[in-house]
Design a protein around this ligand. Structure first.
Ligand code: PLP
Ligand code: COI
Length: 370
């Protein structure tokens, strides 16, 4: 898919303030050898200010560290915040690439529009990633299935307790070397069906990548953990019948005839991983359906043998087979169910593209270190 970029903007002139105390090389290497998702961060971060009067200004790369924030900053009270999630991959020749970053930039603009925040131009978003990699490129790991997780985020920093869109906003980018989100290999995960809680409602913020959606998912996520599951699956909030998405991933079901079905709803996040995997599947000749799919359809399809695989997908998780769905009333699959064949082969094709092991015919990869 080609993306129409908005009119070219001028490049930002970043000020680079080097970290006087970067992590010692041996310690960094120990982190890169065995990264644990989202626990250790690189030496620097990007910081760009926005104000109603001055627009985007004061672009900086600065030492990673605490952000000074007025206790009255609107984000702390009303949760006006959005974020993105993406990864930098090291290829065999040492070069550093990311996957479909314009899609993240455009999604962040959509999230911003929904949350009454300013839209960061796509070019500034991409330039920020490159600026960070220019100083912290050594932090991109090279061990198999590792990457540098990049977390751009934006929040309302105006100190004002009135409830209205903030007139001062900050955009940051931080990064953390990561291994598999669920630890270990891509072995099947168990997911818990939340029947007590929903994540998003009609007209709400479900399609935006905003912190509140994740805050709303945490109690259900705890319920999932208590029931021995790694993720929670939400149903629609109107009828409590139709699959939506997991706390941090999209969901896809695979039918016996090779058809892939994924929920269509304007209350879920439009996942870039899901879009990519479904493109790969349809190029292989699989039928792809984006439509309402009910929990009864999954239950009955599993019992009849009509539904043969299920997987979760997202940037952090990549593609992960679902071995089991647990609900208060019934269970589908089992924790030791084998990983689905199509799931694993689509996963392989996707990560092979991301790590530069097969040709990138879709031109999804963008180089960050040049
Ligand atoms: N749904 C939710 C709630 C997520 O947090 C994510 C992760 O970003 C996704 C879906 C998958 O989106 P993507 O594939 O763009 O990472
Ligand atoms: C991502 O996949 O990038 C996310 O933001 C989801 C979160 C579970 C880490």
């Amino acid at each position: 898919m080609t993306i129409e970029l908005p009119m070219a903007q001028q490049e930002l002139a970043f000020q680079v303030l080097s970290n006087p105390e970067p992590m010692p090389i041996e310690r960094r290497q120990a982190v890169l050898d065995e990264p644990v998702f989202g626990t250790v961060f690189t030496d620097h971060m990007v910081d760009i200010c926005w104000s109603e009067k001055g627009g985007w200004h004061r672009p900086r790369v600065q030492p990673y560290g605490p952000i000074p924030l007025d206790p009255a900053a609107a984000v702390l009270h009303y949760g006006q915040e959005i974020f993105e999630g993406m990864k930098a991959y090291r290829h065999a020749d040492g070069s550093i690439w990311t996957f479909r970053p314009e899609e993240n930039a455009l999604r962040m603009q959509r999230s911003a529009a929904r949350m009454a925040m300013p839209q960061l131009p796509v070019e500034y978003f991409l330039q920020s990633l490159k600026e960070l990699i220019a100083v912290d490129g050594q932090w991109v790991p090279s061990a198999p299935e590792t990457s540098l997780y990049i977390r751009p985020f934006m929040f309302a920093k105006e100190a004002f307790l009135g409830v209205r869109p903030a007139k001062k906003v900050a955009f940051y980018v931080i990064a953390s070397p990561v291994g598999p989100y669920f630890g270990g290999e891509a072995k099947p995960v168990s997911i818990w069906l939340s029947t007590n809680f929903t994540r998003a409602g009609r007209g709400g913020t479900g399609a935006a990548k905003t912190g509140g959606n994740y805050a709303a998912s945490l109690l259900a996520q705890s319920e999932a953990s208590e029931n021995g599951c790694q993720q929670v699956l939400f149903l629609d909030s109107v009828e409590g019948k139709f699959l939506e998405e997991l706390g941090g991933m999209n969901i896809v079901l695979v039918y016996r005839d090779g058809t892939l079905v994924t929920p269509k709803s304007d209350t879920i996040l439009s996942g870039i991983t899901r879009d990519s995997v479904l493109s790969l599947a349809s190029e292989r000749g699989h039928t792809v359906e984006r439509r309402a799919v009910s929990i009864d359809e999954w239950r009955e399809g599993d019992a009849s043998g009509e539904i043969v695989e299920a997987f979760a997908c997202g940037t952090a998780a990549t593609v992960v087979p679902i071995g089991q769905l647990k609900t208060p009333d019934f269970t589908i699959g089992s924790p030791d169910a084998p990983a689905g064949e199509l799931t694993m082969s689509l996963r392989q094709e996707l990560v092979d593209i991301q790590y530069g092991r097969i040709p990138d015919v879709h031109q999804w990869m963008v180089r960050l270190d040049s």
